[in-house]
Design a binder for this molecule. Sequence first.
Ligand code: SF4
Length: 375
Amino acid sequence: MVKYTYKEFKTTLNKLKFPDSWFWSRYTLNTYSGCAHACIYCDARSQRYYLDNFENEVIIKTDFDKKLDQRLKRARTLLPDVIAPGGVNDAYQPIEKKIEHTRKVFQVIAKHKFPINIATKSKLVTRDIDILKQIASETWCAVGFSITTTNQKLAKFLEPYSSSPSERFEALRLIKKEAPEIHVGTYFIPIIPFLEDDDENLEDVFKKTKQAGADFILISPGLTMRDQQAEYFIKKLKNSDYKYVVKPLLNLYKVEMHPPSGYYTKMHSKLYDLAQKYQLPLRINRWIPKDFRQYNYKISEILLNREYLDHITTGKSNNTLKWAGLKLNNLKESIINIYKNGIIYELEGFYKKEIELIVPYLEKIEKKTNLDKFL
Ligand code: SF4
């Protein structure tokens, strides 16, 4: 039995130092604390979140919509950027159906014209298509359904109180049908070794994602196994029909809280091939603001996408490329002006190698070449 309590919280919006290069979010926001979906692998159980009893006691943040409204109204320096609701909670967990707490918050986000990227395991998100459609047409909206298996029995064991995978695919299909301007897709995250990483499941998730009309699929093989979260997960497995995976799982994680690099190389190769086969992008088309940040964000998107795809196809990370892409987001003026004024090499915080990666795109823009050709 979940206990629900109301509590005042001071903070409504958290700003990230750099945008998240997967979800393109710059702000995070949690309408609830705790999550009654109670997925047995959830990272919220680890010590780093200090969330005691996170699945049995859910806190509803009092007057969150009003406080957010005030925050966005007063913040002259707060530039609109992508808000990601939910970190270690689902904005559409069961209580939301009754109290419409998240819905009211999303109305405020729509009012202030901020873009949004929602990750959920609930079909309830379809209730708010009207608001999400408005956000999508005025700025940008993405909805990603977290789906990691198409096996209903396994899903029920791993994510006991979420909508079933088939309901999530159906919700995805419905959103795409009723509001094609919303970017929809699957967050195939995490893909749990020995339970969900078999060829049949990988193929089925891609196939059903495609059939539902998705625009993207984001992938993340392996599960982080951290302190209490790992203990809880292993305990649940030991008492289940899936106890046979405990031994190989512990063996795979015997050195670190992640599988070894060879596991990722193998999995990325399979997942990349499936993305090609089903013609599903492994990235979401980013929201591009219409102000001075326009080209900063566009070039950043190109560089970060390139780094990601190189990484999953070669197994090697390119930190120079990544930092060039990330730092572009924090410039206080357009990179085009800086370039035209001949001071690109004086750019504070940028190293020569990073600038050399950006310059070819600036030259293309000068020659009025469409940057999409370089994606
Ligand atoms: S829906 Fe997300 S936050 Fe909620 S329990 Fe599951 S994994 Fe954790």
